[in-house]
Design a protein around this ligand. Structure first.
Ligand code: ATP
Ligand code: MG
Length: 256
C-alpha cells in the first residue's frame, strides 16, 4: 500500500515542485512505484515530468470532482519513470466548485485510496497557499515534507503551516505528521545558510532530513527539457542529492 506524502509550504518558490518531481524520479531509480499528484493549477510538476498540461484528457480537477478516477486520469512520465496525476489551470475552478460538495476536504483522499495498491509512494505537489486544495492534500497524506531555504525569512510563516497541520491532525486526519524539513537551494559558502541550517537542527532535531539539497543550476534547467533533474543530468550534485533523499525516505517509511 502506498505511503502518501504532501510536499507543502505556503511560501512561493521555495522548491516544492523541484522536490516533488526529483524525489519521484529518485525513488523510481530505487525501483519504487511512484504516483506524482499535481495539486497546483500552475501545473509545473506536470510539465517538469515531461507532460504537456495543455492537452490533458483528464486531470486532478476531474478526480476531485468525481468525474474521473485516478486509473483513467494518470499518465506516464517516460522521462521520470513514474506515473503522474496531471493538472492545469482548470484545477483553480475546483476550489470553488468543491465548496458545494459533501466531504469536500476528503475528495483527494478517497480517490487516491482506490489506487493505493498500485504504488509504494504517492507524492503530492501542493500550491503555495493554505487553500482547499492544500487541505485536500493534507487530508490525504500520512506525512508532510516541508522544503525550506536557509535564509533569514525561512522560519517566518512556518508556524502557520505547522498550526494548519496540527488542526488537520486533530480534526480531519489523525495519521498526519510532519515527516521532516528539507533544506533546499543550499549554498554552503554563505555563512547565513550555515547559521540558519544549524538553527533548524537545534529547533527541530531529527525532524530535519539529513540530506541537504544544494543550489544547482542543472535542477533549474531540467524542466525546460521536460525532464526531472535526476534523469536530465544524473551526475550533477543536485541529482545526486535528490537520489540520496529518495534513499533517506525509503529508510524512513520502513520505520512508519
Ligand atoms: P511555487 O510556490 O510557485 O509552486 P515551488 O515552491 O514549487 O514554487 P520551484 O518551482 O520548485 O518552487 O522552484 C522555484 C525556482 O527555483 C524554480 O525556478 C526552480 O527551478 C528553482 N530551484 C528549485 N530548487 C533549486 C535548486 N536546488 N537549485 C537551483 N534552482 C532551484
Ligand atoms: Mg510549485
Amino acid at each position: 500500500m502506498a505511503k502518501i506524502f504532501c510536499v507543502a509550504n505556503q511560501k512561493g518558490g521555495v522548491g516544492k515542485t523541484t522536490t516533488t518531481v526529483n524525489l519521484a524520479a529518485g525513488l523510481a531509480k530505487l525501483n519504487q512505484r511512484v504516483l506524482l499528484v499535481d495539486l497546483d493549477p500552475q501545473g509545473n510538476a506536470t510539465m517538469g515530468a515531461g507532460i504537456n498540461k495543455a492537452t490533458l484528457q483528464a486531470s486532478t480537477y476531474e478526480v476531485l470532482l468525481g468525474t474521473a478516477d485516478v486509473a483513467t486520469a494518470r499518465v506516464r512520465s517516460e522521462a521520470g519513470g513514474f506515473d503522474v496525476l496531471p493538472a492545469n489551470r482548470e484545477l483553480a475552478g475546483a476550489e470553488v466548485e468543491m465548496v458545494q460538495l459533501e466531504n469536500r476536504e476528503r475528495r483527494l483522499r478517497d480517490a487516491l485510496g482506490l489506487a493505493a495498491k498500485d504504488y509504494d509512494f504517492m507524492l503530492i505537489d501542493c500550491p503555495p497557499a493554505l487553500s482547499m486544495l492544500t487541505l485536500n492534500g493534507l487530508c490525504a497524506a500520512h506525512g508532510v515534507i516541508i522544503p525550506m531555504q536557509c535564509e533569514y525569512y525561512a522560519l517566518e510563516g512556518l508556524s502557520d503551516l505547522v498550526n494548519t497541520i496540527k488542526k488537520v491532525h486533530a480534526n480531519l486526519n489523525p495519521d498526519l505528521k510532519i515527516i521532516g524539513l528539507l533544506r533546499v537551494m543550499f549554498d554552503p559558502r554563505m555563512t547565513l545558510s550555515q547559521q540558519v541550517s544549524a538553527q533548524l537542527e537545534q529547533h527541530f532535531g531529527d525532524k530535519v532530513f539529513k540530506t541537504i539539497i544544494p543550489r544547482n543550476v542543472r535542477l533549474a534547467e531540467a524542466p525546460s527539457y521536460g525532464m526531472p533533474g535526476v534523469t536530465f543530468d544524473p551526475t550533477s550534485k543536485g541529482a545526486q542529492a535528490y537520489i540520496a533523499f529518495g534513499a533517506e525516505m525509503v529508510k524512513r517509511i520502513k520505520k512508519m
